[in-house]
Design a protein around this ligand. Structure first.
Ligand code: NAP
Length: 484
């Protein structure tokens, strides 16, 4: 299948850190359809060869195992082209139309890797230049708006020129192998379904922890914060994957319909739950990996009196027959004590204990998303006999390391998503109504914080966030996975 992939923002950070390495991996694995062109777009005046050289030089920062050899890059570079185009200038789009007309590729992917305030302009100008054809696929990166109204505005503009089936909204967490494994585990095995419900599950924890700070993105982050950057999209998508009902088929809309139902079933916030079930924090100076690090307010691009949250912990509930009363805790933050993303499904204690079990050792299923991709099932087995307590159980766990089992050459998130766009598979992309439902749910939190003078709670960099997050979960009689 011939394709043209037009990369708006072809010289930007996202292009060289994520998109180009992913395209190269697909090329190396032989999964990128042959006969494609990758057309980088920016305002620089570069020839094709200068663009290729720029991309080649950027690969130096990519993981060694994912870096092309000189011969590999030479072959890959044959796909790369550059077009100087100012996205704010309507007449410039005609040159893109001319370039695409040169060969009438079967699929034309327009990937918007530019600042979101350009999205509406680009989409309107593509339509004005007649580039919204049935074979056009549009890829949108987060953030799609900063609230429900701005999200709707972008979605309305895009849908006025393209069909929903042509719109690929990226949430790269959905492209992670571990998330696909979650779908495979839930809907490919009969074992878990009967115990995937309130009668057996006591609570669920979703943690996306980063040990990094805001790096060079202080100015962007200060306007965004952890709730918009991580919770509204990635964390809620993980919650949907975990809590959704089995879809009737693997068709994209069958899956997205079920995810939407979860978002619509999230219990609405009340003044009491906003106060007690949401904790926001902001990191101060501390130590990470043995090195002293700055506090958030000292970071470049961040206001010295910033009230932006770098940490959120919250308790959600899903009002459905399957999940009523089961708390779903979400926690995410920067400059935490580790870099890990995991989902922990905790089961209830055995109803009648004839053996002695160590406290807090109920069965748990841990889905590791980062840094490694795996599954752990925590069980109790026979431990040492003890004269006073009789038989004492001991914790053991089954540990499935998918990287080991399937090899480290597995398809990465961006690689998978890009191949899906070219193939027209929408399963792992977010529909506009899902996005809107997620914004509708987080907006009361934003509003509550806006009117709350207390601001975020401080925490030292290199810790697990403010103690209020531990107090929140402890009120239900539980603890975060690293605390138990
Ligand atoms: P960036 O480094 O600032 O790159 C922006 C790109 O857009 C550059 O190639 C820039 O080239 C081009 N551009 C800007 N204005 C233009 C114009 N008027 N006409 C033509 N080209 C123009 O930004 P980024 O970090 O790659 O982020 C891009 C998008 O991805 C943003 O929406 C961001 O929120 C999202 N995102 C980024 C990351 C990440 O890790 N970086 C992660 C997730 C999502 P010239 O200025 O030379 O024209």
């Amino acid at each position: 299948m011939s394709f043209d992939l037009v990369l708006f923002g072809g010289t930007g950070d996202l292009a060289w850190r994520k998109i180009m390495p992913a395209l190269f991996q697909a090329f190396r694995h032989g999964t990128l359809p042959e006969g494609g062109r990758i057309i980088g777009i920016a305002r620089d005046d570069l020839s094709d060869d200068q663009y290729r050289e720029l991309i080649r030089s950027r690969f130096v920062d990519v993981d060694l195992s994912k870096r092309p050899s000189p011969e590999e890059f030479q072959r890959f570079a044959g796909l790369l082209h550059f077009l100087r185009l100012d996205l704010s200038q309507p007449q410039d789009y005609r040159r893109l139309a001319d370039m695409l007309r040169e060969r009438h590729a079967e699929v034309v992917v327009m990937y918007l890797a530019t600042a979101p305030d350009l999205f509406a302009t680009v989409v309107k100008q593509l339509a004005a230049a007649g580039l919204n054809r049935p074979n056009t696929r549009l890829v949108l990166e987060k953030p799609l708006g900063h609230d429900l109204a701005s999200n709707r505005e972008i979605n309305d503009t895009v849908r006025s020129v393209l069909d929903e089936r042509q719109i690929f909204r990226i949430d790269h967490y959905l492209g992670k192998p571990a998330v696909q494994n979650l779908f495979a585990m839930r809907f490919g095995n009969a074992l878990f379904e009967p115990v995937w419900r309130r009668e057996h599950v006591s609570h669920v924890q979703i943690t996306i922890a980063e040990d990094l700070g805001v790096e060079k993105r202080g100015a962007f982050y200060d306007k965004t914060g952890a709730l918009r950057d991580m919770v509204q999209n990635h964390a809620l998508q993980l919650l949907c994957a975990l809590a959704m009902e089995p879809p009737i088929s693997a068709h994209a809309d069958a899956i997205r319909d079920e995810k939407l139902k979860v978002l619509r079933s999230l219990k609405r916030w009340t003044p009491e739950t906003l106060d007690q079930h949401v904790v926001r924090g902001q990191y101060g100076p501390g130590t990470v990996g043995g090195q002293p690090v700055k506090g958030y307010r000292e970071e470049a691009g961040v206001a010295p009196d910033s009230r932006t949250e770098t940490f959120v912990a919250l308790r959600a509930e899903i009002a459905s027959w399957r999940w009523a009363g089961v708390p779903f805790y979400i926690r995410t933050g920067k400059r935490l004590a580790g870099r890990e993303a995991e989902i922990v499904v905790s089961y209830r204690e055995a109803p009648h204990a004839i053996f002695t079990a160590p406290p807090g050792s109920a069965n748990r299923l841990v889905i590791n998303l980062q840094p490694r991709d795996g599954l752990e099932l925590h069980l109790l087995a026979q431990g040492q006999e003890n004269r006073r307590n009789g038989q004492v159980l001991a914790p053991v766990h089954l540990d499935l390391d998918f990287d080991k089992r399937f090899g480290s050459e597995r398809v990465g998130a961006y690689e998978r998503l890009l191949l899906d766009v070219i193939a027209g598979r929408l399963n792992l992309f977010v529909r506009s109504d899902e996005q809107e439902a997620a914004w509708r749910w987080v907006e009361p939190i934003i509003e509550h914080w806006r009117n709350d003078d207390r601001g975020p709670r401080p925490y030292a960099a290199g810790t697990w966030g403010p103690s209020a997050a531990s107090a929140m979960i402890a009120r239900d009689g539980f603890c975060w996975s690293e605390e138990c």
